[in-house]
Design a protein around this ligand. Structure first.
Ligand code: ZN
Length: 212
């Protein structure tokens, strides 16, 4: 914990003064343009990967970058999506999975979750992705887990569309959906292209959208 406290002290001493004007400006309001939904994994840092400043992204993180479908439970994530779209009026929503995801590896390999019932329950929101992934042949367990990560991004984009605020925003053309796969080892980001049903490197296809 001492390294965290030292980090706070370093932030107050060095980083805060360097951005003092920005923090003063943000003291009483925020206007993020993007809702970024990613895994809680410590190796994927949304603001670092996207090079965004404070105030620029509204972020939800959880095990497996999952979005419960609307109506499943009035949980924190459903409320946070609604707030981002209806109140903050974000123009883009990104669902970002990542390589070597422990949650998706567990789902792909049907790992027994009897000792973690809450995790097991939560990961059932990835069942539609698991069913699709199971129907295909994979070279090995690692390839199956990697394919599961991508299928899960597609499934969570579908779950997002069940949210009334998201459907309305899509219908009115004021929000775009993005499905990303972040590779930890290389920093590469692949984006889901709904028109072809495939993931393409974002660097070469910057305008790729899952839905717009
Ligand atoms: Zn993960």
């Amino acid at each position: 914990m001492q390294d965290i406290i030292n980090g706070i002290l370093k932030f107050q001493r060095d980083a805060f003064p360097a951005r003092e004007k920005l923090y003063k400006n943000l003291a009483a309001w925020q206007g993020p343009r993007t809702l970024f939904i990613s895994c809680s994994d410590s190796r994927l840092v949304p603001e670092l990967v996207t090079q965004q400043e404070p105030g620029e992204m509204f972020v939800i993180r959880n095990a497996g970058n999952i979005v419960p479908p609307y109506g499943s439970e009035a949980g924190g994530e459903v409320a946070t999506v609604e707030y981002a779209v209806a109140a903050l009026k974000v123009s883009d929503i990104v669902v970002c999975g990542h390589s070597n995801c422990g949650a998706m590896t567990a789902v792909a390999n049907c790992t027994c979750m009897t000792d973690m019932p809450a995790v097991g329950h939560w990961l059932r929101y990835a069942d539609s992705a698991r069913f699709v992934n199971e129907s295909r042949t994979h070279e090995n367990a690692a390839a199956k887990a990697d394919a599961m990560i991508r299928e899960n991004v597609i499934a969570q984009l579908a779950n997002l569309r069940t949210h009334p605020s998201v459907r309305l925003a899509l219908k009115e053309g004021r929000v775009a959906l993005h499905g990303w796969y972040y590779d930890i080892e290389s920093g590469r980001v692949d984006a889901y292209d709904e028109t072809t049903g495939s993931f393409v490197p974002l660097a070469a296809h910057a305008n790729t959208r899952a839905a717009a």
